[in-house]
Design a protein around this ligand. Structure first.
Ligand code: BGC
Length: 361
């Protein structure tokens, strides 16, 4: 019986191998093989990475190449740790690195080590500058800032303060995206005639730091000394709103921006505490990175039509997939739910049920 089962198991395994080989997913190396892909994400305090980027990327890779192996690491906002994680991935036989860099500049050494071993690197979400990176997959990050700036102008008009001034809590200056968000937003505010009273760059995108920055701004400007807040993401926006509340300011009177369409950010939009967020659906982004990584690991060419821009990273024009972000206000929060990035049951639980139903969700 045991022998019969083993024989049957052996035959099944052989059949599976043949099927996988026929599907171009068998073995490693050379044209057409599966192999090991490493995904390196930058931090775990912003909800998107563990809740969406990681599982969505893994699912897409598995759907394209069932015997591809995925190594995953999260650097918890530590650039040196990310370097070690990249070294470990290479030592464990990774044939492609997909890197969302903690530090846009120092991550260039991750790229040079990988390239020295003929391992291609996909720069995921954040561009690795001055490096020989092979592909870049992201959203139009300057446009994210433009949407934040222009929508904030709308909010300022609505509260009767069309020229501000506003406080800006921008993201981590080591993140290339933070610079792009900030420059897009600053240009939009300037073009709209809005004054920026205080600007902060928030180390590590940390909410507690943003809350301190906002507290300092309120102390310096006084409770009535600012009309709105340009926050570069939802975590920073939430922190700014917390600082306003502890100073006795009603957040709905000071339109505040965000980004990521997090559950907490959308809930604040529904209750009127936050004015807007920017939605960057994760599945198209992680899916494009997965398609490129699988093609590279198999030695296939990248699906045509995927690359839609060449972005200069200071060293070369990087073939890039650039997606379009969407501004979300109270009237279109439902778009994010319909898009599948946020579950209605998470968004509308407990005290948020009535806000959801009045917004038609
Ligand atoms: C990402 C944002 C994220 C932020 C903090 C940026 O590079 O594009 O979506 O909120 O980093 O992790």
């Amino acid at each position: 019986m045991l022998r019969k089962n083993l024989a049957a198991g052996g035959a099944a395994a052989m059949l599976l191998t043949l099927v996988l080989l026929a599907a171009g997913c068998g073995g490693g190396g050379g044209g057409g093989g599966g192999g090991t892909i490493a995904l390196l994400l930058p931090e775990n305090h912003t909800p998107r990475y563990e809740a969406a980027d990681r599982p969505d990327f893994q699912a897409k890779v598995k759907s394209l190449c069932s015997d591809c192996k995925i190594l995953y690491s999260n650097a918890a906002q530590d650039a040196a740790k990310q370097q070690n994680q990249a070294d470990a991935a290479l030592a464990q036989g990774a044939k492609v690195l997909v890197v969302d860099a903690v530090d846009a500049g120092s991550a260039a050494s991750i790229v040079s080590k990988a390239k020295a071993q003929k391992v291609p690197v996909v720069s995921y979400d954040r561009l690795i500058t001055n490096s020989d990176v092979d592909y870049y997959v992201s959203y139009d990050n300057t446009r994210v800032g433009t949407l934040q700036g222009n929508t904030l102008i709308k909010g300022l008009k609505a509260v009767g303060k069309p020229t501000g001034p506003v406080v800006m809590t921008a993201g981590d200056p080591a993140d290339n995206n933070a610079k792009l968000f900030k420059s897009g937003a600053t240009a939009a505010l300037k073009a709209g005639g809005v004054t920026i009273a205080k600007t902060y760059d928030t180390p590590g995108w940390l909410a507690n730091k943003a809350q301190d920055e906002m507290q300092q701004a309120i102390t310096a400007l006084g409770n009535s000394g600012f009309a709105g807040v340009l926050a570069s993401n939802d975590d920073l926006g939430g922190a700014d709103i917390a600082a306003m509340k502890s100073a006795g300011i009603k957040p709905s009177t000071r339109p505040t921006t965000g980004q990521d369409a997090t559950v907490a950010g959308l809930q604040r939009i529904l209750t009127g505490d936050q004015y807007m967020t920017v939605w960057k659906a994760i599945k198209p982004e992680s899916g494009a990175a997965a398609q490129i990584a699988v093609a590279l690991v198999k030695g296939d060419s990248v699906p045509s039509g995927l690359v839609n821009q060449q972005i200069d990273n200071g060293q070369k024009k990087v073939p890039s997939v650039i997606l379009n972000p969407v501004a979300i206000l109270k009237n279109n929060v439902n778009t994010v739910v319909k898009g599948g990035d946020v579950k209605r049951s998470d968004l509308c639980k407990g005290s948020f049920a009535s806000a959801c139903s009045s917004a038609g969700i």
